[in-house]
Design a protein around this ligand. Structure first.
Ligand code: HPA
Length: 277
């Protein structure tokens, strides 16, 4: 089998395992947890956990704060799949593990992908431990996960992304924030490749471009999901101000520590939102 045939087979086998383990649950929403936001996984009721290692073609994880488990169960009574951990493009050039994960979810019946991430703020009014609804993105990764031969059975060669981040779904997340009395900003997420954080000059550049937050994930996930016809919504948990915008020292430990500060609001928001989505 060549690479793309292996991929198709991995998607099929992983989707089959997910459906078999879900015992008729039929989740329509999958939530990918970002760095430091893994706490939500513990809130899943009647949880059935499948380690990524048991799902053919799923990512093999290396970064701390990313566990590598798929969890089936309910949040606030709503059937969900929670994905604790994903591969970043700073770890690999290989988009197949991420594609396998998202396409297997789609094959298993998931219609909406809820993305989350830790991000740096580009705006003085979006402060640390605040939450930002992602309304659009700028792909500054220098790559697109859909580059390479296109398999029409997953989606079209050219994908319109005018509506990459679902408007109706985003409205429901805003509604959930109101219900829960959580302050929720909205804005444009700029994806850098990493693994270095940005320079102050890069931060000024993307401020000028209309960015509101920066991070190293979620854009590939969004593009793969839109390609195969899933709806996408997303929330950034602000863990720091962008480089040069404050005196804080940026590090992965700092990201994880501050993500845990915003995590309680994030968890409440997701649980309220899945009931409306
Ligand atoms: N830049 C890029 N990625 C990030 C940041 C940041 O400032 N904070 C958390 N993830």
């Amino acid at each position: 089998m060549n690479e793309s045939q292996t991929h198709v087979e991995n998607v099929r086998q992983s989707a089959e395992k997910i459906v078999a383990a879900s015992a008729g649950l039929k989740p329509k929403i999958a939530i990918i947890l970002g760095s430091g936001l893994g706490g939500l996984a513990k809130q899943v009721e009647d949880a059935v956990t499948i380690p990524y290692a048991e799902l053919p073609g799923f990512p093999v994880l290396t970064v701390s704060g990313h566990a590598g488990n798929l969890i089936l169960g309910k949040l606030g009574g709503v059937p969900v799949v929670v994905l604790n951990g994903r591969k970043h493009f700073y770890e690999t050039h290989d988009a197949y593990p991420l594609k396998t994960m998202i396409r297997a979810l789609k094959s298993a019946g998931v219609e909406t992908l809820f993305l989350s991430n830790a991000a740096g703020s580009l705006r003085a009014n979006i402060v640390v431990s605040g939450l930002m609804l992602i309304t659009d993105h700028i792909n500054f990764l220098g790559l697109n996960p859909l580059v390479g031969p296109n398999d029409e059975s997953f989606g079209p060669r050219f994908v319109p992304v005018t509506d990459a981040w679902d408007r109706d779904g985003s409205e429901k997340i805003r509604e959930a924030a109101k219900q829960e009395n959580i302050s929720l900003h909205s804005g444009v997420y700029v994806a850098f490749r990493g693994p270095s954080f940005e320079t102050p000059a890069e931060i000024r550049m993307v401020q000028g471009w209309g960015g509101d937050a920066v991070g190293m994930s979620s854009v590939p996930e969004c593009l793969i999901a839109r390609h195969c016809g899933m709806k996408v919504v997303g929330v950034s948990c602000i863990t720091n101000m962008g480089a040069g915008l404050s005196d804080e020292k940026l590090s992965h430990a700092h990201t994880l520590e501050n993500a845990s500060k915003g995590a309680a609001d994030f968890e409440r928001l997701v649980i309220a939102a899945v009931k409306l989505l």
